[in-house]
Structures are given as structure tokens and as C-alpha cells.
Unconditional design. Structure first.
Length: 124
């Protein structure tokens, strides 16, 4: 499943949230702040990899989508130092946050493509 196949459920300044499903364990999310075009997949992390929600939420991330990126230190430097996504994306547990950039960062053009697809689906 890709974001363009999902139903858009919320658009706010910090990003887009797609309708969650029990199967995925939470919504698929596109972040637009602090950097546009960053993806997070609950399906990949929860269903495919089998990570427990409690192992990340509360210890690393709040349960509220988009809350962490409102913090002034939510940036790549913090990730490189082991905070936020970098707590696991350290090169030992998962690929290091300074490698495989395009895995999470689809960029502005990728984000615009996904928004257009989502809007087209909503109109149907």
C-alpha cells in the first residue's frame, strides 16, 4: 500500500494524515515541517516489522501526530545524536539516519505528486 492509495483524513500546517486502519496500527503520515516531503509509515513499522506502539510512543514520540516536529530541536542534527527517529535509526537497530535519505525524504516534488493523487481520489 502506498500513500496515494489511502484516504486523506487530515491536513494541517505540519503535514497530512491518512486514514488509519487497524491493520496498519496507525495513520500513514506525510510531514511538511520542518522539512517538506518526509514520510512515516505505521504499516511498515508496526505491521511489517512488528514493532510495538509502546516501544516508541511515550518514550520517544508523543501519541499525538505532528507534536514532536513542533519542538525546536526536531531536526537532522538531533536524529544524528540519537533523538527522535535517530533512537532506532542509528545504523545498529535500523539504517542510520544519515544514510538512505530518499527512504523517508521524498522531497517537495514527491509530496506534490502525492497531494495531487490524494485530491483526485477525494473528488471521485
Amino acid at each position: 500500500m502506498w500513500l496515494s492509495d489511502l484516504v486523506l483524513s487530515e491536513i494541517i500546517e505540519e503535514g497530512f494524515k491518512y486514514q488509519e486502519s487497524e491493520e496498519a496500527g496507525g495513520p500513514e503520515i506525510e510531514y511538511t515541517k520542518p522539512v517538506k516531503g518526509v514520510l512515516f509509515s505505521h504499516k511498515l513499522h508496526v505491521k511489517d516489522l512488528g514493532l510495538l506502539c509502546e516501544s516508541r510512543h511515550m518514550a520517544i514520540f508523543e501519541m499525538e501526530a505532528f507534536k514532536s516536529q513542533r519542538n525546536p530541536d526536531f531536526n537532522m542534527d538531533s536524529l544524528y545524536k540519537g533523538k527522535y527517529c535517530g533512537a532506532c535509526h542509528d545504523g545498529k537497530i535500523a539504517f542510520a539516519s544519515n544514510t538512505k535519505c530518499a527512504t523517508c525524504h521524498i522531497g517537495v516534488k514527491g509530496l506534490e505528486r502525492l497531494k495531487k493523487k490524494a485530491q483526485a481520489v477525494e473528488k471521485k
